[in-house]
Write a protein that binds this ligand. Structure first.
Ligand SMILES: *Cc1c(COP(=O)(O)O)cnc(C)c1O
Length: 434
């Protein structure tokens, strides 16, 4: 089938995510037939470099032989079994490995990032009940935060376009000043600004800790806010404040985990451990839906009781799916054998150097954190994001600007030639849409 035939059928039957469907009258869907490495191929055979890792999930390229083989092997043994009352080797091994990597004792599973957020919020609330502190029921998060789209996750998200319509349905939460360095005063260092934001956090928490269950934060990069980056000292302060005032710290590493920020997990750069770590997206290398919440032993123990109601009675049908776990194990094996974190340091430097071709554009806040690269375009064009997206796809590049922020979050397997192509096509696409 051709692109045209497939996109017509799609528009007749599929409601696409995060989309005003009417806009597809001007911005045609792209039917993708196959993927290979950093490339996606449409039904007419044209290819696109996947510079956004298919919404930040893909780590080692499409059609990755090692992940594919692991799933195939698992498929011959066991596709799925419920995880209540049953267990299986892939989920055990994955939990052991994640525990070793994060230093947290138990893993609770779901299939999407938003569900991981829900689990962490519910668990924190329930922990304080089980501990006799019934007044600790509220959550705080950062200004411009993003933690997913289900009602609970949206309650701690602070992106107006996703949230405002549903406001009457949402649990109330309080937003703290974001340490995103784009918001700093002129002349203020990123570190001084992070410390100033942390002081405001402490002020609030010191007055309200009796009612606060947890603070949820995206460590180092607020991705959905337009790759808002901040100094790691903020996380050190957050850890101190949460410990001092007995408030749980939930690290939402759904986007930044698995090497994106230059370390396996972003929290490592502040040398801190959260009480809950939410993981998803890259966890299966972008192959299958899976999310996990890692939890401290102390929290786990507060649920371990003769009373059924004190247990965490939360579930999803596909919790701990063996195929998804096998993809995650293959992904972790690639990190180990190919020393990805070390290799990515060189690749990150290479991409930073190639970003220099963009400096003639009207841009500011050119920035990176590990394998995430971004800049903000100074433009009056209200349709910049969509036009830039379209100009890029025309040139064979999948870019998805967030407002006026253009970013790259490519698969780690991207080669030097492909980086050159990404930079040149970005330059042309931005130029034509400012
Ligand atoms: C994507 C994302 C989520 C939600 O994950 P889904 O799988 O899309 O539900 C939550 N938090 C952060 C930081 C994310 O980037």
């Amino acid at each position: 089938m051709t692109n045209q035939a497939l996109l017509n059928r799609s528009l007749q039957s599929v409601w696409h995510p995060c989309t005003q469907m009417k806009q597809h009258e001007q911005f045609p869907l792209i039917p993708i037939k196959k993927g290979d490495g950093v490339w996606l191929y449409d039904a007419d055979g044209k290819r696109y470099l996947d510079a956004v890792s298919s919404w930040w999930v893909n780590l080692f390229g499409h059609n990755n032989p090692r992940i594919k083989d692991a799933i195939k092997q698992q498929l011959d043994n066991l596709e799925h079994v419920m995880l209540a009352g049953f267990t299986h080797e892939p989920v055990i091994e994955l939990s052991e490995k994640l525990s070793k990597l994060t230093g947290l004792g138990h893993a609770f599973y779901a299939s999407d990032g938003a569900s991981a957020t829900e689990i962490a919020l519910k668990m924190s609330f329930h922990y304080w009940r089980n501990s006799g502190k019934n007044s600790k029921t509220k959550f705080i998060s950062l200004q411009n935060s993003y933690h997913g789209e289900t009602l609970g996750a949206l309650g701690v998200t602070d992106v107006a376009i996703f949230k405002d319509t549903y406001a009457p349905l949402l649990m109330q939460s309080v937003q703290m000043p974001s340490p995103d360095f784009r918001l700093a005063e002129v002349g203020e260092s990123t570190e001084a600004f992070a410390l100033r934001c942390a002081e405001k956090l402490e002020q609030y928490v010191s007055e309200h800790h009796h009612e606060i269950a947890a603070f949820i934060v995206e460590p180092l990069v607020q991705c959905a806010a337009g790759m808002g980056m901040y100094h790691p000292i903020y996380l050190n302060k957050v850890r101190e404040i949460c410990t001092k005032y007995d408030v749980h710290l939930i690290a939402d590493e759904i986007a930044v985990g698995f090497g994106r920020t230059g370390t396996m997990f972003a929290c490592e750069q502040a040398d801190i451990t959260a009480d809950y770590i939410c993981l998803s997206k890259g966890i299966t290398g972008g192959y299958l839906p899976l999310s996990a919440v890692l939890i401290t032993d102390k929290i786990y123990q507060a649920f371990y009781d003769d009373s059924t109601a004190k247990g965490f009675l939360h579930s999803h049908s596909y919790t701990g799916n063996p195929l998804a776990c096998s993809a995650a194990l293959a992904t972790l094996a690639i990190f180990e054998t190919d020393q990805i974190i070390q290799e990515n340091r060189e690749k990150s430097a290479l991409i930073q150097a190639r970003m220099q071709v963009l400096t003639d554009l009207p841009i500011r806040h050119i920035r990176h954190q590990g394998m995430i690269f971004a800049f903000d375009v100074m433009t009056q064009n209200a349709l910049f994001a969509r036009q830039c997206y379209q100009a890029a796809t025309k040139r064979g590049l999948l870019l998805r600007p967030i407002g006026s922020t253009v970013y790259w979050m490519p698969p780690y397997t991207i080669t030097e030639t492909e980086i050159d192509f990404m930079a040149e096509a970005t330059l042309a696409a931005v130029k034509s849409s400012v």
